[in-house]
Design a protein around this ligand. Structure first.
Ligand SMILES: [Mg+2]
Ligand SMILES: [Zn+2]
Length: 226
């Protein structure tokens, strides 16, 4: 039986070298305000949805242009991403970006590649109030009680396991639940360490050429065809 490969690729700290949300907080918000929220997210005392919402509420909407210019100038795309996007396109692999990041920086950063990315899932921002408000158009379904914000597992479950070979690529806590239900995982940093601890099989990556290599092994190793 042949399955089509579908990739669920994280954005912050995966496609970009660093986490853009943390970078924005470091620059525009005093550490004593944002750091406890981030610590609570990693300690799982605050959900991602509540935490990311609270973080952006620390930024006045009037700083929209400043924040946007900062993140667009600052974000660095990880090495090999362009080749990776082309590879997926040529191999007829479905490439989805699934991110808990925010539309106002994700869409402009991915614009040069957008034509070959099948779909981008992320959160939205509203700058019309006094402070930045985050809107979550993709909440958790009845199978997920993590309160993700943008629920990666809900999207992953939307793809029929009989038809698709599902690969998660990611770096951090937002990718962990997806990694648990994927057919294969390509990981770095926190996600790699946590997969190691939990005994989840994964391939390590430092750049997207590593991801292309990993994909090539999945294509040959499984019965998967495109
Ligand atoms: Mg990430
Ligand atoms: Zn969820």
């Amino acid at each position: 039986m042949s399955k089509q490969i579908v990739i669920f690729c994280d954005f912050d700290g995966t496609i970009t070298e660093k986490d853009n949300i943390i970078d924005i907080m470091r620059t525009f918000v005093p550490e004593e305000q944002w750091k406890p929220i981030v610590d609570d997210i990693f300690a799982k005392k605050t959900s991602l949805r509540t935490g990311v919402y609270a973080l952006f509420q620390l930024i006045p909407s009037i700083r929209r242009k400043e924040v946007t210019d900062f993140v667009l100038n600052r974000a660095r795309i990880r090495e090999g991403f362009g080749d990776f996007v082309n590879y997926c396109h040529e191999q007829n692999i479905q490439l989805l970006v699934t991110s808990n990041g925010i539309d106002f920086f994700i869409h402009p950063i991915l614009a040069p590649y957008a034509e070959k990315i099948n779909r981008i899932y992320c959160n939205q921002s509203d700058f019309s109030g006094e402070n930045v408000e985050i809107i979550y158009p993709r909440p958790c379904d009845e199978h997920c009680d993590v309160d993700c914000g943008m629920c990666k597992t809900t999207i992953i479950r939307g793809y029929d396991s009989n038809r698709y070979f599902k690969i998660v690529i990611g770096d951090s806590i937002t990718d962990l639940e997806g990694a648990k239900i994927a057919d294969a995982v390509i990981a770095r940093d926190y996600l790699a360490d946590t997969c190691e601890e939990l005994g989840i099989d994964y391939q390590a990556f430092a750049n997207f050429h590593d991801c292309i290599e990993a994909l090539a092994t999945f294509i040959t190793r499984t019965e998967v065809t495109q």
